[in-house]
Ligand binder design. Structure first.
Ligand SMILES: *[C@@H]1O[C@H](CO)[C@@H](O)[C@H](O)[C@H]1NC(C)=O
Ligand SMILES: *[C@@H]1O[C@H](CO)[C@@H](O)[C@H](O)[C@H]1NC(C)=O
Length: 198
């Protein structure tokens, strides 16, 4: 009996000794956790993170970065403030279809590489996680996406397999602008929607 107890005690002691290493290893190996914590710790990506969560694109983002290098174009909180509050409420409170918001969120990262801003500048087009192309232009040394969203914080965050650039506008895929207008704002087109070519 005494021997059995001391074996059990020794096993428990070894498990307790090893436990911190298992925890550390787990934290180290998840690129998804590192990216999400970098985003949540950033001063100005609170609304972006909220939108990732409610659109359920957060898990897709985690999976993508665990599988390989990605580039994220993260709209800062002030870019969400530029949206018509009614549209934002419609897109986030279930009045509008959630798939509209998830299409918008999936339009904010690409899975073809973790590109620095300098590397992005050499491209003319990238394919977003939604499958829709993102047009890239170098305008007097500034990288501008879709003709209206400038990279305002190049290489703002880097984590394993991920590079995050801050952008000054929410990217809205051209193909769903009219859907948003029909669902969220029946009637005349809203002037506050980001429109390509603005
Ligand atoms: C980064 O992506 C590679 C695949 O390109 C993958 O094997 C690796 O596990 C990822 N790194 C991390 C830290 O998840
Ligand atoms: C891309 O990710 C790999 C693996 O995490 C890293 O070694 C490399 O420095 C990253 N490159 C950039 C530009 O972030």
């Amino acid at each position: 009996m005494a021997a059995a107890v001391s074996v059990a005690t020794a096993t428990l002691a070894i498990l307790l000794l090893l436990a911190p290493f298992y925890v550390a290893a787990e934290v180290d190996t998840s690129a998804g956790d590192a990216l999400i914590s970098a985003i949540t710790n950033h001063c100005c990506l609170k609304k972006f993170y909220y939108a990732l969560q409610i659109s359920r694109v957060e898990s897709r983002l985690r999976d993508s970065v665990n599988q390989g290098p990605i580039t994220v174009f993260a709209p800062t909180d002030d870019s969400f403030m530029k949206l018509d509050p009614e549209l934002w409420r419609c897109a986030t409170t279930g009045q509008g279809p959630l798939d509209v918001l998830s299409q918008i969120m999936l339009y904010h990262f690409v899975t073809s590489g973790n590109f620095t801003a300098a590397e992005v500048a050499t491209k003319t087009q990238l394919t977003s996680a939604s499958g829709m192309p993102i047009d890239v232009k170098d305008v007097n040394g500034n990288v501008v996406l879709e003709g209206y969203a400038a990279i305002t914080g190049p290489d703002a965050l880097t984590s394993p397999n991920a590079t995050v650039h801050l952008i000054g506008e929410l990217l809205v895929p051209e193909t769903i602008v009219s859907t948003i207008q029909n669902v969220c704002r029946p009637g005349p087109a809203s002037a506050s929607l980001p429109s390509p070519g603005l």
